[in-house]
Each structure stands twice: as structure tokens, then as C-alpha cells.
Design a protein. Structure first.
Length: 194
């Protein structure tokens, strides 16, 4: 899925991330659940102490870019294969990309044809959109997230857990200089984080 979602070569230490995830759960048991979604998330805006708990990750990733989306940066958790995330796009201050790093478990991300006129905000939220129920979702590709990937969230994507429980760290950079393309930003992330 060139320029949409690709594997990315960055340092990947699942055990370190799992230890940070456990500290996160020690400090905050009430993960955010999402409407129309079985997954749960621990995100920056939920708890001011997360910035301290996540300092090793955030400090490293701020070398790439120091503006993170507080609604999208953090740990995502799927307890079972039924705890999915339906097709959606994520919206923020351009340019934005998600670095997804598996902690444990495995999921598949499906990518769908994305036609802006068929999308709608739901539940009073303005930082994501879903396909209006009157339109068919046309899948155009998929990737197994068993190692780090970089995702362009302007494309409809869903999450289907395969090996559960599954946990993933997401760094969502926003406000990235628009001189970058997907490809040049991916290269920059790899050079910066290796």
C-alpha cells in the first residue's frame, strides 16, 4: 500500500513498551472506549501523568517532530478479535501521520477507497469521519501489523485484531511541515529514529 501504509524500519523494543504500558495501567485503569468500536485507548488528553509515564517514548519521537495529537497518541488495546475499529479517517492539523508500533498481539489494517463526499462526522466529533451508511465500502488493500508501520490516516482504515490480546503504541504527529510527502517523511523518521 505504497504511500498509504508501509512497514517502517525504526528501533522496536516491545518489552520496553510493554513495561511502559503496564505503568500506564497502574496509573489509569479507565481506558477510553469508543462508540461503534470495541477497542480501548489510553491517550495523552486523558491523564496529564501520561506525559511523565511515556517520557522515554515521547522524548525519542519528538526528535522527529514535537507536535503530537493528544486524541491519538498513546496505547491502543484490543482484548479479543471482536474488539475491532470500524473504517474511519483521522483528521487534524495537516500534515499528519501515525507511527504504529506493536507491543504484543497482531492485527490487520484494511484500507478502503476514500471518497470525501461519502464521509460524515458522527456523534458530535470533528477529529474523525466514517462512511455514510448509504455507501458501500470498497477495500483496496491490507497489511498485517506485526512490526512498525507508518499510516496516512487520510485513507479509510479499520483494525481487525488477529492475535489477542493485542496492544499497540501510536505516535500521531500533527502539524508536520507540508513540504514533506509520505515517502520523504518516512525516510526522515527512519533516519531520525535509528
Amino acid at each position: 500500500m505504497k504511500d498509504i501504509i508501509e512497514y517502517i524500519d525504526v528501533k522496536w523494543e516491545p518489552k520496553v513498551l510493554e513495561d511502559i504500558y503496564k505503568k500506564t495501567m497502574d496509573n489509569w485503569e479507565d481506558a477510553r472506549g469508543y462508540i461503534e468500536c470495541g477497542a480501548k485507548s489510553y491517550i495523552m488528553e486523558e491523564n496529564k501523568n501520561f506525559n511523565t509515564t511515556w517520557e522515554p517514548i515521547l522524548t525519542e519521537h519528538s526528535k522527529v517532530h514535537n507536535e503530537f495529537c493528544p486524541k491519538g497518541t498513546g496505547f491502543n488495546f484490543n482484548a479479543t478479535t471482536k474488539h475491532t475499529v470500524p473504517p474511519h479517517i483521522d483528521i487534524d492539523k495537516p500534515l499528519y501521520f501515525n507511527l504504529l508500533i506493536p507491543v504484543f498481539g497482531v492485527a490487520k489494517i484494511n484500507i478502503y477507497e476514500t471518497i470525501e463526499e461519502q464521509l460524515e462526522h458522527r456523534h458530535g466529533m470533528t477529529h474523525w469521519k466514517m462512511v455514510n451508511d448509504n455507501y458501500k465500502k470498497n477495500k483496496i488493500g491490507e497489511i498485517i501489523v506485526n512490526k512498525p508501520v507508518l499510516l496516512n490516516t487520510n485513507y479509510l482504515h479499520d483494525v481487525q485484531p488477529i492475535d489477542t490480546p493485542r496492544c499497540l503504541w501510536c505516535t500521531r504527529w500533527v502539524g508536520i511541515p507540508q513540504t514533506f510527502t509520505y515517502s520523504t517523511f518516512k525516510d526522515y523518521v527512519q533516519k531520525t529514529l535509528n
